[in-house]
Write a new protein. Sequence first.
Length: 336
Amino acid sequence: MSTRRFPNWTALSEPHGSLFRESVPLSRFPRLRAFRAGLGLTRLAEAPGPAGGARVLAKHEYENPTGSDADRVAYALVCQAIGASPGEPRFVAAAGPELARALSHLCSLIGVPLRLVLAEEVPLGPDGAGVRVERTDPEGGPLAAIALAGEIAEAEPEWILLDAHRDPVCVAMHEFVTGREIIGQLDGLVPAAWVCGAGAGGCLAGVTRALRAAGADPVVTGVTAAELPYGSAAAPRSGLPGWAGLGHGYRQPLVEGELPDLATESVSAGEARAGVREFRAATGREIGPASAANWLVARAVAAKLPPEDVVVTIFPDGPHEVTAVVDIWEKTKGKG
């Protein structure tokens, strides 16, 4: 697929709190309140750290309604789109597995049509019964899905584009909700470092903004996949871990605009699977592979800091992700 189809991403305007408004959507779609009641206020809990190094505190985002931090993004995008649409909304979105499940659940809950553009097969369960799914070539990766979703919205304006990779409301949600939760849970502690997967960029950028606004100046490290790192010029391929980059030299605009000099550390799918097992052995608890990747990098960062310091990271996925991701990787690891 030619890169000419991919978006011409440019710098974004600065996010601000007024981007994220809930009153109109909650009034128009009261069933959103049930989702909102279970959203956020996830634990910030200690994770195993290095001997003699800094403490590691992890925000357990898999405690959100559908089991990932994508619930926050889905809710913010849907609220903003409803607020901007006086008529009956219908949404189109390019999505990875977590966002696809979150959007499917939300739209099923409130009875709004949803059209998902996916680069890989995603089990949506009962929430996917009314979802219209468009598939792109898995070898095109998320960029192909993003491009097709944009083309659909341009050709058929009745479908409102939910753009998790470009909409500053995703940064605002994580700055003014997730980030402020973390600051409150730190109870006066000032983190020396913040470690987060690059993902679509909203969480990494938004929490960074929140911490800086509160007077902290943490060392920020993005976690990315060794198979296709953040900003890599290589072409994407199927079966990549969910924390992979986009390929073709693209950098997520929500990250690039806020953190143009972002330092990243790479974790392979195999290392993340080993991290899942190591975390289970150390704690008796299950986390998903993206969480394990963040934990491994956070622990390495903490090893370079004194014991009085704190490193904050995020656990975006829980044990429900482990089997699916491992199965996908095992089926595709020999293809490229």
